[in-house]
Write a protein that binds this ligand. Structure first.
Ligand code: HEM
Length: 216
């Protein structure tokens, strides 16, 4: 019974903050980078005609790169906890058996040793790149890796893609009070996940350019 409770709690905690948090960070980064907004909206609006559907998602190469870049800078699971099964030596440090090891994916994602212009939101770095989120590229593990990696990738990714594609397809977006993109507050609040400290507040306007066939 206790392990059933633990599994259910894990699913609730694992699913609660991660997906909406990723969508919120992606929209924040897209708003801060108008050239990314222009490119991603152009892609979404050229792939879909009347509605966004799941079948077309695989064609959204640039949106996929935007999501990967969001994971790199704002990983929903910033710390991956592990325990060493045996004692070992890593980079000259002795790690005793059963040590608790915290892998800091947030820091690895911003490490200039692995990423050019590491602090810059640049989805283009993932275009024509073999790096994916399946747990084999150790500098990029948004869903973790190994036997404890997130069991919900196939479920979570379409939700993130569909939500963002819909937001970008149906609406144009503005920052409130004539705020400039570079003034958008990106302060982080660290909990089990890293969320925005201030909620993201945006103004949607409906657009006719997304639905040419209905107007035609
Ligand atoms: C964008 C969405 C999501 C991201 C980025 C994400 C990321 C992660 C990460 C980094 C881990 C730790 C993996 C490791 O230690 O190697 C994890 C574990 C887990 N996630 Fe997700 N997750 C997402 C969505 C979800 C959803 C929607 C659910 C459930 C409905 C879920 C359920 C779980 C569970 C149960 C675990 C624990 C697995 C275990 O300990 O064996 N996740 N997730």
């Amino acid at each position: 019974m206790d392990s059933m409770k633990a599994v259910l709690l894990n699913v609730f905690i694992g699913g609660a903050d991660t997906t909406p948090g990723t969508i919120e960070w992606a929209m924040s980064e897209i708003m801060r980078n108008p050239e990314v907004m222009q490119r991603v909206q152009k892609e979404v609006r050229s792939v879909f005609r009347d509605e966004v559907d799941e079948e077309g998602l695989h064609k959204l190469e640039y949106l996929n790169a935007v999501i990967k870049e969001t994971f790199r800078l704002h990983p929903a699971g910033p710390i991956l906890p592990r325990e060493s099964r045996e004692s070992m030596e890593i980079n000259g440090f002795h790690v005793p058996q059963k040590s608790r090891i915290m892998i800091n994916m947030w820091a690895i994602g911003r490490d200039p040793a692995y990423w050019g212009e590491a602090e810059k939101f640049n989805p283009e770095r993932f275009l024509d790149s073999a790096i994916d989120y399946k747990g084999t590229h150790f500098t990029f593990l948004p869903f973790g890796g190994g036997r404890r990696m997130c069991p919900a990738i196939q479920f979570a990714m379409p939700i993130v893609e569909l939500t963002l594609a819909n937001l970008l397809f149906h609406f144009d977006w503005k920052l409130p009070c004539d705020m400039r993109p570079e003034d958008l507050d990106m302060t982080e609040h660290f909990d089990t996940a890293i969320r925005r400290k201030e909620k993201l507040c945006l103004i949607p306007t409906t657009t006719t350019s997304a639905r040419p066939s209905r107007l035609g």
